[in-house]
Ligand binder design. Structure first.
Ligand code: CP
Length: 323
């Protein structure tokens, strides 16, 4: 794998490869092997032009657990405020020895530009670009769904037949886009539930069904319900009725939570707006996988960095995290 830019063009086999290597990484972590020597001598740069808690720290933890050196760059407080361009910033960091650049940027397409412009030769990982994609979030979500479903037998399995409902602000959600492409490629049935004002115009080209009524979707006993964060920072009044109205019609409140059946799980990428798209009861319930998602995110990002920086050379060592 040269770069990880999106899930729309990620081959199913490659996605399964990442999930299976992530299983190996998770095994090493559960056996309290805190550090693997795999990426010793490599440098990973976290290049963040937008705020992040989970993704940035998760990539940092993942790189360090593979013994890579990590350089953290936040646009706030950097020479970006003096007008330095993405090209000059990236080349400056590569001149300090970057082998991989993990980039979060407000502009959709910035990671692809970085990967294809010829400005740098490092591998590029998209950590969230505008409203476009957030591929490692989707991979960790798929990993979490698969793990809850198949447990120790997860390796090699896809999500054929699993019914997943994604609820909320799809229009502004890079998490939703990445999940739609990945989950569909893995064989899941995806239903989007959203206010009519928060659905993208091109949704008819997506491999999904769209509903506007959350109760109708929950009545079908989905295997997983993924609540999206309402992105108030990207919103203007025309999109959004009111927080109260939104919460009443599309929020996962205790009454809706109680209607979930069997082993149905509740996902949220975080950060959560408690009391808006998800109630505290739902966020903290045994069905919630919010903290599992965070834990799994480190394993998935270890797998991505491993395949990016060591995968080709060490093809016969792919299972080596378990060795
Ligand atoms: N899920 C996610 O991307 O969270 P952060 O914005 O905290 O990285």
């Amino acid at each position: 794998m040269r770069h990880l830019l999106d899930t729309q063009t990620l081959a199913r086999a490659e996605a399964l490869r990442i999930l299976d290597v992530a299983e190996d990484m998770a095994d090493t972590q559960s056996r309290e092997i805190k550090k693997l020597p795999t990426l010793r001598g490599k440098t990973v740069v976290n290049l963040f032009f937008e705020d992040s808690t989970r993704t940035r720290i998760s990539f940092e933890a993942a790189a360090k657990r593979l013994s890579a050196d990590v350089i953290n760059f936040a646009a706030k407080g950097s020479s970006v405020s003096k007008g330095e361009s993405l090209k000059d910033t990236a080349q400056t960091l590569e001149a300090m020895g970057a082998d991989a650049v993990v980039i979060r940027h407000p502009a959709s397409g910035a990671p692809r530009t970085l990967a294809t412009s010829g400005w740098i030769s490092a591998g590029v990982v998209n950590a969230g670009d505008g409203t476009h994609e957030h591929p490692t979030q989707a991979l960790l979500d798929a990993f979490t769904i698969r793990k809850r479903r198949f447990g120790a037998d997860s390796r090699g399995r896809d999500l054929t037949g699993i019914r997943i409902v994604i609820v909320g602000d799809v229009l502004h959600s890079r998490v939703a886009r990445s999940n739609v492409w990945l989950l569909a490629a893995l064989g899941a049935h995806v239903t989007l539930v959203t206010p009519p004002t928060l659905i993208p115009q091109d949704v008819s080209n997506w491999p999904v069904r769209v509903l506007y009524d959350l109760d109708e979707a929950l009545a079908e006993d989905p295997d997983a319900v993924m609540m999206l964060r309402i992105q108030l920072e990207r919103m203007h009044a025309a999109f959004f009725p009111s927080e109260r109205e939104y919460s009443r019609r599309w929020g996962l409140d205790p009454v809706r939570l109680a209607r979930l059946t069997g082993d149905s799980i509740v996902l949220h990428p975080g950060p959560m707006n408690r009391g808006l798209e998800i109630s505290a009861e739902a966020a903290d319930s045994p069905r919630s996988t919010v903290l599992e998602q965070v834990t799994n995110g480190v394993s998935v990002r270890m797998a991505v960095l491993y395949l990016l920086l060591a995968g080709e050379r060490n093809e016969d060592e792919m299972g080596s995290p378990n060795a």
